[in-house]
Design a protein around this ligand. Structure first.
Ligand SMILES: *[C@@H]1O[C@H](CO)[C@@H](O)[C@H](O)[C@H]1NC(C)=O
Ligand SMILES: *[C@@H]1O[C@H](CO)[C@@H](O)[C@H](O)[C@H]1NC(C)=O
Ligand SMILES: *[C@@H]1O[C@H](CO)[C@@H](O)[C@H](O)[C@H]1NC(C)=O
Ligand SMILES: *[C@@H]1O[C@H](CO)[C@@H](O)[C@H](O)[C@H]1NC(C)=O
Ligand SMILES: *[C@@H]1O[C@H](CO)[C@@H](O)[C@H](O)[C@H]1NC(C)=O
Ligand SMILES: *[C@@H]1O[C@H](CO)[C@@H](O)[C@H](O)[C@H]1NC(C)=O
Ligand SMILES: *[C@@H]1O[C@H](CO)[C@@H](O)[C@H](O)[C@H]1NC(C)=O
Ligand SMILES: *[C@@H]1O[C@H](CO)[C@@H](O)[C@H](O)[C@H]1NC(C)=O
Ligand SMILES: *[C@@H]1O[C@H](CO)[C@@H](O)[C@H](O)[C@H]1NC(C)=O
Length: 591
């Protein structure tokens, strides 16, 4: 492999030195890491905060592999809390056992416990990431997961350097406490600052002493591959480099048709790769914070408008902080146009093997995304409309997902003991059609009261192997007006189209791109808009589907897909590997 991957693996080795070993077996390598998860005190803005990290690093170590490699990660949990680690975007073909979705594919690793994740990376290239998948711990327990092409060559000019840019958030509030507050229906908390590669940047200061900036040393005239990852719990980020343009070359482990832009939009849970035109840079502004439900209608946090610094200069170019809403061309005044256009303008890089959109559809689903409320007393009759007798929850087709707390869905499915834990009747359509995007459903109303009541249940959807599935996600105005980054585990899907307003099959199917759609693991469903995806169920297992906004997960905007075994051993889920540990009665992994 060329200069590029050398540089990056040196970086990786330097960071994790004694902890990572790479063993080469014929062509594919085994990339092995040991992740110690522990607490650490860190001081920012004159305040010492306890955070949860891997190997003393925030962000955590980079996992750097080549397509076809085997990854082995030994996790040693030195926290007082259980956790799982998820390999975001890794397809986990026939290895759902290693997916690391808490209570979906496994119970959390207990305090003092350890667990080994072992899986292959097959047929993917690009920037993925890994993160904790239980509670809010993913805010600081995360890192880049880079997959390099087998032959070392990209379908674009080799960049001078390859740099992960991890956009995150600095919370002064303890993350366990944040999670507890969210579970209790309190969504008013905000991070203090955005971060780039763990740095708050020199627009943040305490008593006049500026925070450290992330600095990227660059040479004029060269091009750099920036692997931009948004690890934020809530916000979509707009990423700009003053005076430069980007060529977006990939997303979610798949190549894109090169797309030139001066601004990159990254939803939580998405990894992009982009090469900026020339020269140095980086700056992120927290933008378009998803509006929180009910009590939380605070404006976006905009304190850390420019967390990154430039080589040789202190101040950021002020143009970075301007939010360029092209409001004139927006379909509605509330649409986040830059985000909509950015996502709408991306297409997949045509590839003879990868880009074959299934042209027939076996199963169609239409899934509404919104909010609702349940009664605090567990009954069905209580005062609605943000009264303190209700808890606001999030729904898909009017079901708010109840996450199991003492068992994992995969284990129950595999053992055939799912009865009493889940049902398989997740609806294919909203039970009660209404004008989904009518803004009169946003409080204070006046229409939402009749639609607001909902319920919690663990409803899953089962598919036969090799089913062609089309899903249209519809973001509704019901008690909210958020966009929803929907993430499906275990699959890449084609994004056929997106639009604003109610999906209308007669009108909108004509817009479907069957020629070169993006292949993604997360689709940003626009606020009061829709997105259509298609995929074939070629990977048996139990696959979590959820909005990647952390508070939406906690509130129940989730479900899971069961994909049955195919007709042969090669199309069936193998038994759990020896290192897989089942749940014990206390809801943690058996030691
Ligand atoms: C963090 O600081 C607190 C309060 O000073 C202390 O009790 C704790 O031991 C420290 N934790 C670590 C990991 O250093
Ligand atoms: C990974 O690939 C190797 C070689 O093809 C295979 O032997 C092994 O079973 C695979 N492991 C998993 C977890 O799928
Ligand atoms: C430090 O953090 C705590 C907890 O969030 C907060 O109450 C306090 O005001 C902060 N202090 C400063 C100086 O920002
Ligand atoms: C510190 O931050 C405040 C705003 O939070 C700003 O007005 C001030 O100029 C900053 N000071 C320095 C030295 O950067
Ligand atoms: C692409 O983005 C530009 C604005 O940046 C917009 O004018 C154009 O309509 C977009 N194209 C699509 C297909 O959305
Ligand atoms: C709910 O709100 C009412 C007034 O709006 C107040 O009297 C009551 O104490 C509150 N109940 C709880 C449980 O907070
Ligand atoms: C649905 O609501 C939107 C926004 O209020 C409105 O423009 C549209 O006419 C409504 N559609 C129907 C079929 O009532
Ligand atoms: C959701 O279901 C409840 C009954 O379980 C019903 O009262 C409510 O109107 C439904 N809401 C929607 C949006 O379908
Ligand atoms: C999947 O189904 C298609 C037809 O829908 C068929 O052509 C193909 O052979 C099937 N593949 C497998 C592995 O069953």
């Amino acid at each position: 492999m060329g200069k590029l991957s050398m540089a990056a693996s040196i970086l990786c080795m330097a960071l994790v030195a004694a902890l990572a070993t790479v063993t080469t077996i014929s062509e594919a390598a085994v990339v092995e890491h040991t992740f110690y998860v522990h607490e650490m005190n860190v001081t920012h803005l004159c305040n010492t905060t306890k955070i949860y990290v891997v190997n003393g690093q925030f962000p955590g170590p980079t996992i750097d592999v080549t397509d076809g490699d085997t990854v082995v990660v030994h996790v040693i949990n030195r926290l007082d809390y259980g956790l799982t680690l998820h390999w975001h975007g890794v397809r986990q073909i026939r290895s759902v056992w290693a997916d690391g979705a808490g209570f979906v594919t496994e119970c959390p690793i207990p305090p003092g416990g350890d667990h080994t994740y072992r899986f292959n990376v097959t047929g993917q290239v690009g920037t993925l990431w890994w993160h904790a998948h239980v509670t809010c711990l993913r805010a600081t327990i995360n890192g880049a997961f880079i997959v390099r092409p087998k032959n070392g060559r990209y379908p674009f000019p080799t960049p001078a350097k390859d740099v992960p840019i991890i956009i995150g958030e600095w919370w002064q509030l303890d993350l366990i406490e944040l999670d507890r507050r969210m579970a209790d229906g309190n969504f008013d908390d905000n991070p203090l600052s955005a971060t780039i590669n763990g740095k708050l940047g020199d627009l943040s200061n305490c008593s006049g002493i500026p925070e450290e900036s992330f600095v990227l040393d660059v040479e004029p005239g060269k091009s750099y591959l920036l692997r931009v990852i948004n690890t934020a719990l809530f916000s979509e980020y707009y990423f700009k480099v003053a005076g430069h343009t980007f060529t977006v070359v990939g997303a979610d482990g798949n190549y894109l048709t090169p797309y030139r832009t001066d601004m990159v939009v990254v939803a939580p849970g998405r990894g992009h790769r982009r090469a900026p035109g020339r020269r140095r840079a980086a700056g992120a502004l927290p933008h378009g914070r998803a509006r929180k439900p009910a009590s939380g209608t605070r404006p976006p946090n905009s304190r850390s408008s420019c967390p990154a610094g430039w080589s040789g200069t202190r101040a950021c170019d002020p143009t970075i902080t301007a939010s360029p809403y092209p409001s004139r061309s927006c379909p509605t005044s509330t649409t986040r146009c830059p985000s909509f256009y950015f996502h709408n303008n991306l297409t997949g890089l045509a590839h003879p093997d990868r880009h074959r959109v299934p042209m027939h559809v076996d199963e169609r689903m239409f899934i509404t995304l919104g909010l609702g409320s349940i009664c605090r007393d567990g009954g069905t009759r209580c005062k609605r409309r943000r009264s303190n007798e209700t808890i606001v929850v999030a729904t898909m087709n009017n079901v708010s997902f109840h996450h199991p707390t003492t068992t994992s869905l995969l284990e129950r499915y595999y053992d055939g003991t799912g009865k009493g834990v889940y049902t398989e009747d997740f609806p294919d359509h909203p039970p009660r059609p209404y004008n989904y995007t009518n803004r009169d459903y946003i409080p204070p109303g006046p229409l939402e009261e009749a639609l607001e009541p909902t319920f919690k249940a663990t409803k899953l959807r089962r598919f036969k192997y090799n089913t062609s599935v089309e899903i249209v996600f519809q973001s509704t105005a019901l008690l909210q007006s958020d966009s929803n980054p929907m993430h499906l585990h275990g699959y890449d899907f084609f994004v056929l189209a997106q639009g604003i307003g109610n999906f209308d099959p007669k009108r909108d199917v004509k817009k479907f791109n069957y020629h070169n759609p993006q292949l993604r693991n997360t689709v940003q469903v626009p606020r009061t808009g829709w997105a259509a995806i298609r995929f074939v169920t070629d990977n048996p297992g139990m696959w979590y589907l959820h909005c990647h906004f952390e508070f939406h997960i906690v509130m129940g905007m989730a479900t899971a897909f069961i994909v049955e075994d195919g007709p042969t051993p090669e199309t069936s889920l193998p038994p759990p590997p020896p290192e897989y540990k089942r749940c014990s009665a206390n809801g943690l992994m058996k030691p």
